[in-house]
Design a protein around this ligand. Sequence first.
Ligand SMILES: NC(=O)c1ccc[n+]([C@@H]2O[C@H](COP(=O)([O-])OP(=O)(O)OC[C@H]3O[C@@H](n4cnc5c(N)ncnc54)[C@H](OP(=O)(O)O)[C@@H]3O)[C@@H](O)[C@H]2O)c1
Length: 292
Amino acid sequence: MSNSDQAGTFILGDRNVNRLGYGAMQLAGKGVFGPPKDRDAAVAVLREAVEAGVNHIDTSDFYGPHVTNQIIREALHPYPDDLVIVTKIGAMRGADGSWNPAFSAEQLGQAVHDNLRNLDLDTLDVVNLRIMFDVHGPAEGSIEEPLTALAELQRKGLVRHIGLSNVTPAQVAEGKRIAKIVCVQNQYNLAHRQDDAMIDDLARDGIAYVPFFPLGGFSPLQSSTLSEVAQRLDATPMQVALAWLLRRAPNILLIPGTSSVAHLRENLAAAELQLSDAVMTELEGVAGIRSA
Ligand SMILES: NC(=O)c1ccc[n+]([C@@H]2O[C@H](COP(=O)([O-])OP(=O)(O)OC[C@H]3O[C@@H](n4cnc5c(N)ncnc54)[C@H](OP(=O)(O)O)[C@@H]3O)[C@@H](O)[C@H]2O)c1
């Protein structure tokens, strides 16, 4: 048993995955655009993750674009039988690196085929329909048209399971009426708690919740409480942030992103960190900075 196995497992779609997975977005170049500075290092991170017991990798063909999926294929193909690769569609990159909506049936079909080609797969395990942000977070509005188009791609056998990303509770409810939803991927971490109620609702339905920016994303979490707790537990603040998520709800699956083998090892070791009830209560204070 590797140390990451201590995170436990959860059924994602129809497969049991280690709750400590890996997010591949950091493997592309700066701004998630173009090739990484060190491609060999990116390949090494992926191989070490899988060797350490990671069997859930989050990606998209719009990372790079294409670059991250091509690195995953180079590092891991032919894929281990238990590996679940989750991708997302609904955006395309401009020549300047901009993120643009791509929700027509034709664009969604193209995105599925781009993922299949670059990952070298016949069927995608899980595809998240990723809704765009506005300045307040996920943008409200019906997701019926694009989700119906994705469900059609599922009926054609190109997609095994469907998830949603950047969605509001109303969109999750609408989505569940249109397709079987196996996961929701939204922004959530110790300091960013707007989905607290949604997580518990999804847990009751056996649907995975996959927080993106589990470490704070482009501005990693910083808090004196987090640092103090980490020091007391002989851990790092990032490990405490991940251990808190693992204890927060059984349906939370982690996909911390890193381009560094050292950070990967540190993050996977968070599975061994047990937080007491008292520490969980103490860490609630970090949520107070969420509107800062
Ligand atoms: N659905 C969506 O719209 C959406 C949006 C964003 C992300 N995602 C997915 O969510 C995954 C996770 O999000 P993320 O990678 O953006 O953010 P994250 O996991 O919260 O944080 C990644 C950042 O933290 C740094 N980091 C990682 N481990 C560290 C450690 N142990 N100590 C110090 N710094 C550390 C990374 O830099 P280093 O490379 O230097 O380690 C990187 O800058 C992504 O990989 C992607 O798959 C989805």
